[in-house]
Design a protein around this ligand. Structure first.
Ligand SMILES: NC(=O)c1ccc[n+]([C@@H]2O[C@H](COP(=O)([O-])OP(=O)(O)OC[C@H]3O[C@@H](n4cnc5c(N)ncnc54)[C@H](OP(=O)(O)O)[C@@H]3O)[C@@H](O)[C@H]2O)c1
Length: 331
């Protein structure tokens, strides 16, 4: 079979496609014929050997890829044969191996997916979608909320925006430049248009807060979900209403959102950081897959052929991602 093999740490050109033996599932495992494999920013850190110390350092050579969707084509010993032929999605964790035509997964990691759910959407749900569900749990979004989301063109921001829209909240989705506009403007496309209150704004235009203010009228944002930080995150924080909530999920800009106690005291803000908590990941995954199956979330996906894994990594590194980046093996 074809697989991306990484034989050394380094730039994206260490990701090369090779012919490798078909993996055989062991006890409690299945083999998935991969239809879509997720690419995550963490994969870039693993590739460069600068992943956080909490993550195990991989042994090389390795095949990257922790998010996999496809059809089970082989079942290992002591494994329920009912999985054979099932459409599934799994987060395989640090065992990796997803950037390939076939990948192994523990049967306990599998989620069945309905025929109506496309494999790339399922793969967007299993890792990034479960994080969106975690955000959901701490953000406690209600229909009265006005939610501002920097980086709404990215894998996570796009799904958080869709969850909030489906709950009837007003959403202001920020994106970084004209090349991302259509992806963000299309975020509510699967929802009942009559109920959607949505504004997409280019955060590279410094006038975005004024444009938002003109659109909102008397209202101001009551919730900021920030995975970008830096100047954009701070500008978004400045727009918040008194008593607003702030959920910090990351800092793709390279600088964490700057918040000090004066912000909290003077404007009665509440800041929550959901990552690092003990959570039931399996339950979050189930909910994320259900959100896609039920049509509340329709993740934008940015597809690359499997052989172009290096280009997919570069798209993330160079901020060219348009939704969740996904690798597609050829038939
Ligand atoms: N996905 C997950 O499961 C997960 C889990 C934990 C934490 N997080 C964190 O959540 C944040 C978003 O994750 P993601 O998976 O959505 O990542 P992503 O798909 O790579 O999207 C990140 C977004 O950040 C925006 N951005 C703004 N300034 C940027 C800059 N200087 N460089 C790069 N991107 C910039 C980009 O949107 P524009 O170009 O349109 O501005 C981009 O679409 C990250 O900080 C990540 O570490 C994600």
């Amino acid at each position: 079979m074809k697989a991306i093999v990484q034989r050394e740490f380094g730039d994206s050109d260490v990701l090369r496609i090779e012919d490798v033996p078909l993996p055989e599932p062991g006890p409690g495992e299945v083999r998935i014929r991969v239809a879509a494999a997720g690419v995550h920013a963490v994969d870039l850190h693993i590739r460069q050997d600068d992943a956080p110390p909490s993550m195990p350092r991989p042994t090389l050579p390795m095949t990257p890829g922790r998010e996999v969707a496809g059809v089970v084509d082989a079942v290992g010993p002591e494994t329920d044969d009912g999985w054979r032929g099932a459409r599934v999605v799994a987060h395989v964790g640090f065992r990796s191996g997803g950037y390939a035509e076939y990948a192994l997964a523990a049967a306990s990691a599998l989620h069945r997916i309905e025929d109506t759910v496309a494999f790339p959407a399922a793969v967007a749900a299993i890792g990034t979608g479960r994080t969106a569900q975690l955000v959901w749990d701490v953000a406690l979004v209600v229909a009265e909320d006005v939610v501002v989301i920097p980086g709404a063109s990215g894998g996570l921001g796009s799904q958080v925006a869709q969850l909030a829209l489906a709950a009837g909240a007003t959403v202001v989705a920020l994106y970084g430049g004209e090349a991302k506009r259509d992806v963000v403007e299309a975020l509510p496309r699967h929802l009942d248009g009559a109920r959607v209150r949505f504004l997409a704004l280019d955060a590279t235009d410094d006038a975005w807060p004024e444009r938002m203010g003109a659109w909102l009228g008397e209202r101001r944002p009551t919730l900021l979900v920030d995975g970008v930080g830096g100047a954009t995150g701070r500008a978004a924080l400045e727009t918040l209403d008194r008593g607003a909530r702030v959920v910090i999920i990351g800092w793709s800009s390279g600088t964490a959102l700057q918040v000090d106690t004066a912000d909290l005291l003077q404007r009665a803000l509440t800041v929550t950081v959901p990552l690092g908590r003990r959570v039931d990941l399996r339950a979050l995954e189930s909910r994320a897959v259900a959100a896609v199956a039920e049509g509340r979330v329709a993740p934008p996906v940015h597809e690359h052929p499997l052989a172009d894994a290096a280009a997919a990594h570069d798209a993330i590194a160079e901020r060219r991602q348009r939704g969740k980046v996904v690798l597609i093996p050829s038939d």
